[in-house]
Design a binder for this molecule. Structure first.
Ligand code: SF4
Ligand code: SF4
Length: 392
C-alpha cells in the first residue's frame, strides 16, 4: 500500500494480544473500537485473510452498513496473483511423493543469484503493483541458497513477504536466514521418528531434523520471535500415532501446527492416469497415503468442472529465469526469460499451454485440493476420525 501511496489508518483484528500494538508503525485496534470510530463515509476497509474468514468479515461489515466494492473489498482484488520463484534449483532430499525422487523427471539445477532475483522482483512489482507475497521455492530447498538473507532483506525493503518452506536437514545458512527475520518459515515433516520420517522424507534424517528444530527455536527467540514457524505435518497412515507428539512439540517451541493430507505430486498422477502404472519411486508414499490414489482421482473427476485450484499461482519462475505454466509439474516452458516477457502475454501462454490442457483433460487441476479434505484432516489430527482411519 505504501509503495502505491495509499495510507493505512490502522489494522483491525479480533486477536486481543495484538490490540494497541504497532505493526510497521501502524496501530492494531479491536473491531469494537473500529466500529466506534469509523464509518463507510470516512473509510475504506480491505479484508486480508483466508477466503473463508474474508467472507465472515464481509458479513460483519455488511451488517454494519459497509457495501462490497464501495466501502470494502478483499485485498486479493488488488493483488490476485501469487508468484513463485525457484531461487534454488537443488534439493538435498528425494521424498517419495515428490518428482525429485526420480532424476529422469527432474535433475539438479543451479542457484538464482541475488542480482538476478533483484531484477525478477523489480519486474514482478511492475507487473503486479500490489504484490505483497512471493514464495521462494518450487522443488528446491531455499535455505541452501547463500543469497537468501539478502533476498529476504530486499523483499522486506519493498514491502513483500517471503514465503519459505524447508526440510530443515541442512541448516548452514539458517542463522543468516533467521537474522533477516522472514515473516514465515514452513518446516515440512512426515513423522516424529526415524521409523516414519526417514521413510517418506527419503534421504532425510529425523535425528538431524530433531536437533535442527532446537536450533530453529533458539534462533527464532534470538530475533524476538518475529518469524512465524509453521510445522507442516504431512499425514500418512504410518505417522498418525505421532500427531500428538507433533502438537506437543509445537506448543513447547511456539510453532504453528499445520496438518495436511500427504499426496503425490502431479507428474506421478498424470502418468498413472495415462498408463495405469505408478512410478516405482512414488510407491512408498502412495502405499502410505490415507486416501488411495484412485479415491483421490475419483474426487478430482467429481469436481472437474470447477476451476484449477492453482489459477492464481502465476508467474512460476525457474532458477534460470525461464517461466513455467505451473508450479507443480516437471519444468516445461512458456517463456525462456521472465525479464523479457509481457505479463498479459504470459497469462495467455499459460492458459493455452499444453501442460494445462493435458492436466485438465485428466481432471488433475483439482488434484491436491486440501480444502476438500480439511474436515478429515481435522478429525484425524484431533483423534476423532473413524476406526478405519484411526487404526491404520
Ligand atoms: S518434497 Fe521438498 S524436500 Fe522433498 S524432495 Fe521434494 S523438494 Fe525436496
Ligand atoms: S491446469 Fe494443471 S497444469 Fe495448469 S496451472 Fe492448473 S494444475 Fe497447473
Amino acid at each position: 500500500m505504501k509503495r502505491n501511496s495509499i495510507n493505512i489508518a490502522g489494522y483491525v483484528d479480533i486477536d486481543r494480544s495484538l490490540w494497541n500494538r504497532q505493526i510497521g508503525g501502524v496501530s492494531v485496534i479491536s473491531p469494537e473500537r473500529f466500529f466506534d470510530n469509523y464509518n463507510p463515509s470516512n473509510s475504506f476497509v480491505l479484508t486480508a485473510s483466508v477466503d473463508k474468514k474474508n467472507a465472515q468479515i464481509a458479513e460483519v461489515l455488511e451488517r454494519n452498513g459497509w457495501r462490497k466494492n464501495e466501502s470494502f473489498s478483499d485485498i486479493q482484488k488488488f493483488n490476485p496473483f501469487f508468484p513463485t520463484v525457484e531461487i534454488t534449483g537443488i534439493c538435498n532430499l528425494r521424498c517419495s511423493s515428490c518428482i525429485r525422487s526420480d532424476k529422469n523427471i527432474i535433475g539438479n539445477g543451479k542457484y538464482m543469484s541475488f542480482e538476478d532475483y533483484k531484477k525478477v522482483i523489480d519486474k514482478l512489482i511492475y507487473d503486479i503493483p500490489f504484490l505483497y507475497l512471493v514464495d521462494l521455492y518450487i522443488w528446491g530447498e531455499p535455505i541452501l541458497n547463500k543469497d537468501l538473507p539478502k533476498i529476504i532483506e530486499y523483499n522486506k525493503s519493498l514491502g513483500v513477504a517471503s514465503g519459505l518452506s524447508t526440510n530443515l536437514n541442512k541448516i548452514d545458512n539458517l542463522p543468516g536466514v533467521m537474522a533477516a527475520r522472514p515473516a514465515q518459515l514452513r518446516v515440512s515433516v512426515s513423522g516424529m521418528s526415524s521409523e516414519t520420517y526417514d521413510l517418506t522424507h527419503t534421504g532425510g534424517k529425523w535425528t538431524k531434523v530433531e536437533q535442527n528444530l532446537k536450533v530453529l527455536r533458539e534462533l527464532r527467540s534470538r530475533y524476538n520471535e518475529q518469524t512465524n514457524v509453521e510445522f507442516y505435518f504431512h499425514i500418512y497412515k504410518h505417522n498418525i500415532h505421532e500427531i500428538e507428539s507433533a502438537k506437543s512439540l509445537c506448543r513447547e517451541y511456539g510453532f504453528r501446527f499445520h496438518p495436511s493430507l500427504a499426496i503425490l505430486f502431479h507428474d506421478f498422477v498424470l502418468d498413472y492416469r495415462k498408463t495405469g502404472m505408478l512410478n516405482p519411486n512414488a510407491k512408498a508414499a502412495a502405499d502410505l497415503m490415507v486416501l488411495d490414489i484412485d479415491t483421490l482421482i475419483d474426487d478430482c473427476d467429481e469436481y472437474s468442472d470447477k476451476n484449477c485450484i492453482l489459477t492464481r499461482i502465476i508467474p512460476t519462475i525457474n532458477w534460470d529465469l525461464s517461466v513455467m505454466p505451473c508450479c507443480t509439474y516437471t519444468p516445461s516452458l512458456i517463456h525462456s526469460n521472465y525479464l523479457a516477457c509481457d505479463f498479459e502475454e504470459l497469462m495467455h501462454l499459460r492458459t493455452n499451454s499444453r501442460q494445462c490442457s493435458d492436466c485438465q483433460d485428466h481432471s488433475l487441476h483439482r488434484w491436491n485440493d486440501q480444502m476438500r479434505y480439511s474436515t478429515l484432516v481435522t478429525e484425524i489430527a484431533s483423534g476423532s476420525a473413524g476406526p478405519d482411519v484411526a487404526s491404520v
